[in-house]
Design a protein around this ligand. Structure first.
Ligand code: 13P
Length: 307
């Protein structure tokens, strides 16, 4: 067994099924596939190399879920600090990784509230350059300097409002890595594209164009956010999410170092009431939450509903 970029990779045999699992809580889809069973399987293998050599089958255990809040252009300084404080109070036994992405001007005060809480700080965008004549922009190094761990790149609102194309998003993701940040690269189809049956193709094109080569679970997060589901209260069915996420995982296996370790989040109208179903979908490793991340109760409710 080896730990690779936050993912436990193990070899299992025969009837011991190890499905989708988080480290904090069991997340197996296969009956009897609790984390403990998976770990026992590894121990048995370690003790019985001959058995392993003849029957082994490599199965990756899903990385621990990440629930990230994208606060977008909302709140003021005081309400941002109050929200962060409520999250710190309520998140102690969340059982998943949590992150919030406030507006850039509130990163410092929110970061101060989150200090040592275990809730990570993220930004909503970055420039590609480290410094220079780019009025109004923020370098990823500046975000790292403020204590950010994540930066969202290629959100559909930036793709639409600022004309960001895949090449720009890729350059931003690369710049984020240069600064030691983990980019959360967003992809997702419009309603017209979905209706035309083109969702998998659109998402694949965006992934191939936006994701730098060779990253893995320690250096990359993907967020699948169907544009038509953002802020609308509408979501794809669990089967639709499963199909797109499986496709994303397959494409990632060609362009990343260890696709199984990469967290692939679902985003778009995630609420406490639908989180359990959406977060249980195979290949979904958490959520990127917009509107519901602005209320501590709702954001924490989503975290608690996440298996
Ligand atoms: P909503 O959760 O408000 O639909 O927003 C999703 C989103 O865009 C997160 O980045």
């Amino acid at each position: 067994m080896q730990r690779v970029a936050g993912t436990l990779r193990m070899r299992v045999v025969g009837s011991v099924g190890v499905g989708k699992q988080g480290f904090g809580r069991g997340k197996g889809r296969t009956p009897g596939s609790a984390v403990g069973a998976g770990r026992r399987a590894v121990v048995e293998h370690a003790l019985n190399p001959i058995h392993r050599a003849t029957t082994e089958e490599e199965t990756a255990v899903a990385p621990r879920a990440l629930i990230a809040g994208n606060w977008k252009m909302n709140l003021d300084r005081k309400t941002a600090e109050m929200l962060a404080s409520a999250l710190v109070d309520g998140a102690r036994d969340a059982g998943v990784d949590l992150a919030v992405c406030p507006p850039s001007v509130y990163l410092a005060p929110v970061g101060a509230v989150l200090a040592s809480s275990g809730i990570e700080l993220g930004a909503q965008d970055c420039h590609t350059a480290q410094s220079g004549a780019h009025t109004g922009d923020v370098a990823p190094e500046m975000l790292a300097d403020l204590g950010c761990r994540y930066v969202i790149v290629g959100h559909s609102e930036r793709r639409a409002d600022h004309g960001e194309d895949d090449a720009t998003v890729r350059a931003k993701a690369q710049a984020a890595r240069r600064a030691g940040l983990v980019p959360i690269v967003c992809v997702g189809e419009t309603e017209a594209e979905r209706d035309a049956g083109a969702a998998p193709d659109v998402v694949e094109r965006q992934l191939r164009g936006s994701v730098p080569d060779g990253l893995d679970g320690g250096s990359l997060v993907i967020a699948y956010e169907p544009v038509w589901a953002i802020g609308t209260g509408r979501t794809p069915t669990a089967d639709d999410v499963a199909a797109v996420h499986a496709h994303i995982r397959a494409v990632l296996s060609e362009i990343t170092g260890d696709a199984d370790s990469v967290r692939v989040l679902y985003g778009g109208s995630v609420k406490p009431g639908n989180a359990a179903e959406l977060m249980a979908v195979e290949n979904v490793n958490g959520a990127l939450v917009g509107g519901a991340s602005l209320k501590a109760e709702d954001f924490l409710g989503i975290a608690r509903a996440t298996p």
